[in-house]
Design a protein around this ligand. Structure first.
Ligand SMILES: O=C([C@H](O)CO)[C@H](O)[C@H](O)COP(=O)(O)O
Length: 429
């Protein structure tokens, strides 16, 4: 078997950064440079021309994601210097066939990306029949965020076609090795190389993994386990960015610094310091949950040290309260994480008004039982339970991107230089 190729996907917006990252990834063992679709949209065919000029010996893949007018788009990319042009399999066969004619005419190869096709096996057979050079088994970035797995897709196709397979979609060293073991001829990696602070080192790790193609037994995490693991690795600002700058809870701060908590909400609606429901909720919650309380008063508390102690014994992760707490000296001593909007000495009475596990508003944000709560030094974010996995994945992408930008700042550029801020200012109409 031929040594599998490693294709680095330059999904960036800035050409200078893309050139630098390409250079670093080639040093780490990448074979092919993919001019990613975002880069092509941002810089046009100049992105391909520049890569050709900077890397005259390298194989360059243009990820055009063409849907129509296949011939002209292949011609453009070929004339700009691409060796392989990638178009979409969801395009009509007339587009794919004409793109292939153009590829033959201009001396380039055609890769066809089966992302989003309704029947990947049937489509792959059809593409083989048409005679394309490569089939790209690809799970798009948005699909990755909702849990679609690239290797699962590869395994459904591999036995039915002989055309060389390029495989990509969220691959890291472990899944890249798995892809090769399952039959990938070309491994495409974007985010896990290009967003790394150490592009060369990350490429090297993936290179070694695909060369060995050793598959380790893996215990698949449940979606909930993976969601919590990922959320523990990102910050509330990462989460807010991933949610299109969704606000955190207003006016709610951690009682002490350096705490990071993730858990699912058990909600409590109470009134003016009535601590019956807040304390009963400790018995309702499961280990790992976070109590989220709306108190309706900023001068009488329904929560203090004894409740904290009891919650901690039950394995409850934290308390988030729109309202004040008391006994914070004792709460700090036992280290029970509390996020609150105030501190007072006086508690209310246990009258029994209110409700456990109703939808509430806390710090101006809607919270339902089971929603994911993340608290850290910056405040508290609420993630709707239906989108928790997706948001966790997207927040991780935000974090990775920041890791790379931080490294480029460390090397001496200003933030606006790194992200070419001026170019991306909204132009007035
Ligand atoms: O093609 C891609 C995507 O659609 C954005 O243009 C990526 O290059 C491809 O998915 C590889 O990137 P990662 O999934 O981040 O590894």
């Amino acid at each position: 078997m031929m040594r599998p190729k490693l294709q680095v996907a330059l999904d960036l917006l800035e050409l200078d950064r893309a050139v630098q990252i390409a250079k670093e990834s080639l040093e780490g063992g990448a074979d092919w440079i993919e001019v990613g679709t975002p880069l092509i949209k941002s810089e046009g065919m100049d992105a391909i021309r520049t890569m050709r000029e900077k890397f005259p010996e390298q194989k360059i893949v243009a990820d055009m994601k063409t849907m129509d007018t296949g011939a002209i788009e292949v011609e453009m990319a070929a004339k700009a210097g691409a060796n392989i042009v990638s178009i979409l399999a969801v395009a009509d066969n007339s587009t794919i066939e004409d793109a292939l004619r153009s590829a033959r005419e201009y001396g380039v190869e055609l890769m066809v990306d089966i992302m989003n096709v309704p029947d990947p096996v049937a489509k792959s057979k059809e593409l083989e029949e048409i005679g394309v050079d490569y089939i790209c088994v690809h799970v798009g970035i948005d699909q990755q965020m909702v849990g679609v797995d690239t290797i699962d897709l590869l395994e459904t196709i591999v036995k039915d076609v002989k055309t060389p397979l390029a495989v990509g979609g969220g691959l890291d060293a472990e899944s890249a090795a798995r892809a090769v073991a399952s039959g990938a001829d070309i491994v495409i990696v974007g985010g896990n190389i290009i967003r790394s602070a150490d592009v060369t080192g990350s490429t090297r790790l993936i290179r070694e993994a695909i060369d060995k193609a050793e598959v380790k037994e893996r215990k698949r995490e449940t979606l909930e386990e993976e969601t919590i693991r990922l959320l523990m690795q990102v910050s509330t600002p990462n989460i807010s960015d991933a949610m299109h700058r969704e606000p955190g809870m207003r006016g709610i701060r951690p009682l002490f610094e350096g705490i990071k908590v993730v858990g699912r909400a058990v909600t409590v609606q109470t009134f003016g310091g009535d601590w019956a429901k807040t304390v009963e909720a400790i018995d309702v919650a499961n280990p790992g949950d976070i109590l989220v309380i709306f108190n309706g008063s900023d001068y009488i508390t329904p929560w203090g040290e004894l409740a904290s102690h009891s919650a901690q014994n039950r394995g409850i992760k934290a308390l988030v309260i729109d309202g004040p707490v008391r006994d914070i000296d004792e709460i700090r001593k036992i280290g029970f994480p509390v996020f609150a909007s105030g501190i007072v000495p006086n508690a209310g009475d246990p009258k029994g008004f209110g409700e456990i596990n109703a939808e509430i508003t806390c710090g101006g944000v809607k919270v339902r039982p089971g929603d994911y709560i993340v608290g850290d030094d910056n405040g508290v974010m609420v993630i709707p339970k239906e989108r928790a996995y997706e948001i966790a994945r997207r927040a991780m992408e935000v974090k990775k991107n920041e890791d790379r930008v931080r490294e480029e700042i460390r090397r001496g550029k200003t933030l606006s230089q790194v992200i070419e801020l001026y170019k991306w200012e909204k132009k007035q109409k």
